[in-house]
Design a binder for this molecule. Structure first.
Ligand SMILES: *[C@@H]1O[C@H](CO)[C@@H](O)[C@H](O)[C@H]1NC(C)=O
Ligand SMILES: *[C@@H]1O[C@H](CO)[C@@H](O)[C@H](O)[C@H]1NC(C)=O
Ligand SMILES: *[C@@H]1O[C@H](CO)[C@@H](O)[C@H](O)[C@H]1NC(C)=O
Length: 403
């Protein structure tokens, strides 16, 4: 615990970030994959199929429902957008039945609303569902995306060997740079390393990519969310130290507002992703968001923790019990911290603690706030005990500001 705190309070020596001036705080937006995957049945399911209509509708709602103003700016097209063959010049082509106006027209539409457009490609011969990959076409694809005025690229590595990734991912990074257009570069690179015995080189990741998914694809369940949280808590290779302005660990999308989590579990995911300084990508139907989920997604205080300019990624300080863990994220404001108490268990449990127990050191004590409601808790000396009541499978986040 002390070692970790020293590490946090002293800060860490960063590897250099990708030099494109982007993602200085974690990007926020909407992505189709988790919610809509590859639904291309526009005949029978026109409202939900992967098509320009779906993306334009989501762009409209990002603006009209207040998400854009809260920071959700990137709209991401996922894998099932092209046709199965490149054109005679070797260029990728959007499916004319589902994207009759073309990708550039969507980019223009999205830009006219003050949003940004992201797209998806894959460095191997084929993408996961069998569309053309970028192998042999990397420069051309980068140029095509720049021509279309794309703002962000999610680059996958289906159908390829994890061993190749450290060589190939930086090539696309360079190809994007050569286009002269600033494009957020999202890598899926260490996400493929689970169980293959390859150790991710986080310094190299940070130099090549603006964010990198470092674990399995998230599923719409509490178990899956907990699994990701454990991975972050274990922090193997100290990957938390490599998060910061310009480059972020990506635990995959928010499943808030979908079907798998209770309200309090959604609160826990949102709170943890904020503490992790994770990209906040939603993947839900913006036409019918449950009001409680929407309120979470638009919570200014929690978003402010996520977007804190220091860009520190929370680490797990300790486990209180099998179910209760305590997390800490250093904030840009001098001496201030966000402290998360996560209860993974199904019983509400009062947890009695003090600031010195939580490793805080300011001898004059701290002013404490509950973060979700922005409610004052009070002024506390280091040794004064207080009780945190956490609902079952939920989170409590405290902001501590030194006095
Ligand atoms: C390309 O890389 C150079 C050198 O790192 C950097 O100065 C420049 O801003 C980059 N350009 C883009 C478009 O990312
Ligand atoms: C991670 O950091 C701890 C100190 O906080 C250090 O003891 C350990 O060697 C580091 N591990 C790696 C793989 O760098
Ligand atoms: C939270 O409350 C404090 C003190 O009342 C206030 O200064 C701050 O602006 C509030 N934050 C938000 C996001 O409303």
């Amino acid at each position: 615990m002390i070692a970790k705190l020293c590490m946090i309070t002293l800060g860490c020596s960063f590897a250099q970030a990708l030099n494109n001036g982007l993602a200085l705080t974690p990007i926020m937006g909407w992505m189709s994959w988790e919610r809509y995957s590859c639904n291309f049945d526009c005949l029978n399911d026109p409202d939900n199929c992967i098509s320009e209509g779906l993306y334009k509708k989501m762009a409209d709602l990002l603006v009209s429902e207040g998400y854009k103003d809260a920071g959700y700016q990137y709209l991401h097209i996922d894998v099932c957008w092209p046709v199965e063959k490149r054109d005679s010049n070797g260029k990728l082509v959007a499916d004319p039945a589902r994207f009759p106006s073309g990708i550039q027209a969507i980019a223009k539409y999205v830009h006219s609303k003050g949003l940004k457009l992201g797209i998806y490609a894959d460095f191997s011969y084929e993408t996961c569902p069998g569309y053309p990959g970028s192998e042999y076409y990397m420069d051309m694809d980068a140029k095509t995306f720049a021509e279309w005025e794309i703002d962000s690229l999610r680059y996958n590595g289906c159908d390829s060997k994890p061993k190749e990734m450290p060589y190939v991912y930086p090539l696309m990074s360079r190809a994007l740079n050569m286009t002269g257009r600033s494009i957020v570069y999202i890598c899926q690179w260490p996400g493929y390393y689970g169980g293959v015995g390859v150790k991710p080189d986080y310094a190299a990741l940070r130099e090549a990519c603006n964010q990198w998914r470092n674990y399995h694809e998230i599923q719409n369940s509490w178990e899956s969310v907990g699994d990701v949280i454990d991975h972050y808590g274990n922090d193997k290779g100290n990957f938390s130290q490599f998060a910061g302005p310009g480059g972020w660990n990506d635990p995959d999308v928010l499943v808030v507002g979908d079907y798998g989590l209770s309200y309090y579990q959604q609160k826990a995911q949102f709170g943890m992703w904020a503490l992790f300084a994770s990209p906040l990508m939603m993947s839900l139907d913006l036409r019918s968001v449950d009001p409680a989920a929407k309120q979470l997604l638009l919570n200014k205080n929690i978003i402010a923790i996520n977007q804190d300019p220091l860009g520190n990624q929370a680490v797990r300080l300790f486990k209180v019990s099998t179910f209760i863990t305590v997390w800490i994220k250093k904030l840009a404001r001098k001496g201030a911290f966000a402290i998360g108490v996560l209860n993974r268990g199904s019983q509400g449990t009062p947890y009695k603690t003090s600031l010195s127990d939580l490793g805080l050191r300011n001898k004059h004590g701290y002013q404490l706030w509950e973060a979700f409601e922005n409610k004052t808790i009070g002024s506390f000396s280091l040794t004064k005990e207080f009780v945190v009541n956490i609902e079952p499978t939920s989170i409590y986040i405290i902001i501590a500001i030194p006095k």
